[in-house]
Each structure stands twice: as C-alpha cells, then as structure tokens.
Design a protein around this ligand. Structure first.
Ligand SMILES: [Zn+2]
Length: 553
C-alpha cells in the first residue's frame, strides 16, 4: 500500500473494511480514486486525508464493506437482453399458459414475423414437466413462426416455424444436434443441441431496441455488483452491437466477448471464418475487449457426452459436437493467429476429449500464453483429468448457478454418482488449477453473491446439497467471483485485487459478505457499484455524479 500526496483525489473512500481480496487477505481503510483508477490505498482511515480538496467526493460511511466489483466469467449478456424483449414464458407454470402468452404476443405482432420466447426457464417448473410440442404451439398461432427457446441447448418451433426454416421429415439431424420425432417418425418441433442454430434463422430486432435492451441488462447486472462479464457466445452482429453500446455510453460494465465457432462446414471454412474476424484476442480497450473463441463440445444435461449411458436411456451417452481431429486443426490455426480458446464441455467423455485435443494443440504451440486454453463448466472431471488440465495450464470456469438450477434434471438423467461431483471446485483448487466463477445466466441466477453462497454451501434449488466435500471457504469463493476473472481475461495489470494503479471497479455492501451469517448471503444487496471510478448503481445517491464522471474533469 502506498500514499501519493501530489495528486488530489476525485473520490476518497473511508471505511472500516475495504477487502482488497489480495492473496494475503489484506484489509484497507482508505482508498483514493482519480479518473478511472485507484491512486492510493491506506490501512489507516485518515491515511489519505491529505488528498482531499474541495472538489473531492468523500464517501465516509463506516458501515460499508467494500470489495472489488464482481467479474462473472460466463454470463450471456446478449442472450439475457434478447430474453428481456421476448415472450416471458418463465412466468408460466403449464403448457397452456405458455400457449396463452404466445397467443397474446401474436395478437400484437404482424403476421409472418417470428415470435420468440425467453430461454431463462425450465420445463421442470411446468405441471407437465416437459417441453411443449409444435402441435401445441400451433394452438397459439398458425400465422407466425414461433421459436420457444429453453436454455442454450433446447428449443421447440411450431409447424410454421418448421416450414419457413425448411425443416421436413427428410431433414437429417445436423452435426451436434437432433430433431425431435414422435413414435411414428413425424417431427414434434423439438430441436436439441445445435439444431436450432444450424437450422433456424430469425432476423434481428431493430438496432435501437437492441441497444435499449443492452442498457437494461447492464443496469440489472451492475445492481448486483458486477463490473465485468465474459460473454461466452457472441456473433459478429453481437460484436457490432457491443461496440455501438460502448460508443453510445450504454455499456456501463466491462465486457470480454467470445466469438462462437460452430462445427458446421469444412475445417478450411472454419479457419476462413476465423480469418474473417480480422482481429485476435485482446483487441479493444478496458471497456470492451475481445476475449477469444468459443467452441461447444457437447450438450447440456440432455446431451452432455458421458462415458456411461444416461440413467433414462441405456442406449444414449450424449453427443460430441466436433470430430476431435477437425477441432484440433481449427484450434491449431486459431492459436497460431493469436486467439485464446474456451470450450464448453460438461460430460466426462467431453472433458477428456477436449483435453486430448488441447494436448495436441499445446504440444505444437510454444510458448503457450497464460489462460489461453479454458474449459467452460467441466462438470465431470476426475482426478486424472484434473491432473492433465492442471499440467497443461488449462483454466477452468465454474458456475454454481448451473448445479443449483439443473441439479434436479442432472440427478434424473445422470444419477446421483454423476451429480454429486459436478464442478469439484475444492479439488480443482487444492490440486492447483486456475479457476474463476461465473453464473451462465440466463440458465441460472445472475446475482454473484448467490454464486459465492453456492460455492460455500453446494446447495441446489430442488435436490438439496450435492457434493459437500467440494465446498470452499468464503474468502476463496469471493476471490473466484471477483479477482480471478482478471487473470483469465489478461487484465491482471488493470483489474484484480484492489491496489494502487488498478481500475476503480468496486462494490459496497452494508453487511460484510466475508463474515455475515452464511444463510444471509443470498439476500445481500449492494448499495453502490463503481466501474472505472464512475458510480453505475447508486440507489442511495451516495455519490455526486458530476464528480464521478471522468469526462467532466
Ligand atoms: Zn454458457
């Protein structure tokens, strides 16, 4: 910690507890901010008073606990934005209610225009416990194509949706996906895995509506204390939307996008697609900075690639979306072009196969930059696969919200022995892995403080505690949900534990998340979120906004 008496502070924070979340759990009591950065920290509450001028905003509230802002390393912000503008089927508890909500939307939508639903819901919550069929959706409208999305790996279209997408009885299952069929072989409208992305193409909303949606999502996330998200599925259109949002001042948090490479077409076509991006990892600035490429190796709980069959179907072991040789060739080309790679893998077979591919790519690449290879989720990773990942320096992103929300499905489909050890966070850390935490919103919840609670308790929504031996302590959980993301995104110099010279990305609570009752954690609400020295969530008007606008200096 150091003080600097030459530069006056724009903002000075005095508090009993400023958890820096450094590796030695240092606690500061004063912090000075100028522009977008921390310029001094002190262990004494009055240690930086010399930096106060008449223009300095002093936040002197001893009841506040300050932390680095949360960094959600797997948050589908653009998907959440689409959800906010789509039919809110998450409110429905029966298939009839879903049909009624779509019918209402159809009444206000020009005929022929696509109607889509939020994907932030699960059929477990429906009385019927299953997805609707095309035939049921036809009851809502026959004049609009309808796409009912559920999570990232399941969807249902109505009959017109099948027609306009050119999906017929003769359409083969696309790579990494399946078409749902009734016992007589006719289509039921269900699109599993990558089928919706390969076969259904819905035109985008007008740009103004999309920008307003991004702004709304940012507001929701910053209100929960998030300063940075890594968006794991971004298209070139999504990249342009993020740029437009940043330029117009509507991107109030930092975004680290990943561009999706789907397993469609030849290896040469995939490499041409990567060349077409005309950039590489690290392009951008502190606000919007391209993280890397995203590959998806298997499905969700319904399609994750397992070594042993599903409990519900002894002939089914899930699916690998990529041929490993093709994946290795595309990744090799990507790494040579300076791209970082993150791959979705949840089943044990998928995790092992991705590590096989990474091993080949890494052995042909020297030197390998830090956090250049990531496995997203890595639900099932036994000691042997963990050791391989750690030896290769593969970073692991974990999302307790998935176990929380999907625990019931996983228990039914995979059985208890394969649900308990899902995301063995404690084992990963004890054995030396680089791990960071996120949520995978909108599949699960988005509040990062609930992620902290979840990693400490291993509690789920409907099936109790799963794998308590993989729970971690609270300080570690807080680090995974905040500063661990900086290492993953190559931002260690600018983000990370609170220190002089780093960006002033902060969150303040009235209760100390480090020491409050553990059951109280999920209810904790931030009272202030600061991104780059600017208050982006300040319901109590603790800051004078003119002082916190860097542009107003
Ligand atoms: Zn995801």
């Amino acid at each position: 910690m150091s003080t600097h008496d030459a530069i006056p502070a724009d903002v000075l924070v005095r508090a009993v507890r400023i958890h820096t979340l450094s590796s030695n759990s240092e606690v500061a009591r004063a912090m000075a901010i100028r522009g977008d950065s921390i310029i001094a920290m002190s262990r004494k509450m009055d240690g930086l008073d010399g930096l106060i001028t008449p223009r300095t905003q002093v936040i002197d509230d001893p009841s506040l606990t300050w932390l680095p802002a949360f960094h959600d390393t797997h948050n589908h912000l653009l998907e959440a934005t689409r959800n906010a503008t789509f039919v809110p089927v998450n409110r429905a508890h029966t298939i009839a209610a879903i049909v009624a909500l779509i019918r209402e939307q159809a009444a206000r939508t020009p005929k022929g225009r696509w109607i889509q639903t939020s994907n932030a819901w699960h059929e477990q919550k429906l009385a019927e416990g299953r997805l609707p069929t095309a035939q049921e959706l036809d009851e809502a409208t026959r004049d609009h194509p309808v796409l009912v999305r559920r999570g990232g790996h399941m969807a249902v279209v109505n009959s017109l949706g099948l027609d306009v997408s050119g999906i017929t009885l003769a359409t083969p299952d696309p790579p990494g996906g399946r078409l749902g069929r009734r016992p007589d072989g006719t289509l039921d409208g269900m699109l599993e895995g990558g089928a919706q992305y390969a076969l259904v193409h819905v035109p985008p909303l007008p740009i103004d509506e999309q920008l307003a949606g991004v702004e709304q999502s940012c507001r929701m996330f910053t209100a929960s204390g998030i300063g940075t998200i890594r968006d794991p599925v971004v298209s070139p259109e999504g990249m342009r939307l993020y740029q437009a949002a940043a330029e117009s001042g509507r991107l109030s948090l930092r975004v680290r996008p990943m561009l999706l490479i789907a397993p469609i077409g030849s290896v040469a076509q995939r490499i041409a697609q990567i060349d077409g991006f005309a950039m590489r990892s690290g392009f951008g600035n502190d606000r919007l900075n391209v993280w890397g490429l995203k590959f998806v190796m298997d499905g969700g709980p319904e399609g994750g690639a397992l070594d042993q069959p599903y409990v519900t179907d002894s002939s089914f072991t899930g699916h690998l979306n990529w041929d490993p040789d093709e994946m290795a060739a595309v990744m090799q080309a990507a790494v040579q072009r300076g791209w970082r790679i993150g791959t979705h893998a949840i089943g044990d077979r998928a995790v092992r196969t991705v590590l096989d591919v990474y091993e080949r790519v890494i052995s042909a690449t020297a030197p390998v930059p830090a956090a250049a290879f990531v496995i997203e989720h890595a639900f099932l990773a036994d000691e042997m696969q963990r050791a391989r990942a750690i030896a290769m320096g593969v970073h692991i992103t974990v999302q307790h919200a998935l176990l929380y929300a999907l625990g019931g499905s996983l228990l039914r489909l995979w059985g208890p022995e394969r649900t308990r050890p899902i995301m063995p966070v404690k084992a990963w850390l004890d054995e030396g892995a680089d791990v960071s935490a996120g949520t995978d919103y909108p599949i699960g919840f988005y509040e990062p403080i609930r992620t902290v609670w979840g990693m400490v308790t291993r509690q789920t929504e409907t099936v109790g505690v799963q794998g308590p031996e993989f729970a971690i302590d609270r300080a570690t959980a807080l680090r995974l949900a905040t500063v661990a993301g900086a290492q993953l995104s190559g931002d260690s110099g600018r983000l990370g534990p609170l220190a002089t010279g780093r960006l002033a990305d902060l969150v303040a609570f009235r209760d100390d998340p480090m020491t409050c009752d553990v059951d109280q954690l999920p209810q904790l609400k931030p009272v202030l979120t600061v991104v780059g020295g600017q208050a982006v969530f300040d319901p109590e008007h603790m800051t004078a906004s003119d002082v916190l606008q860097p542009g107003a200096l």
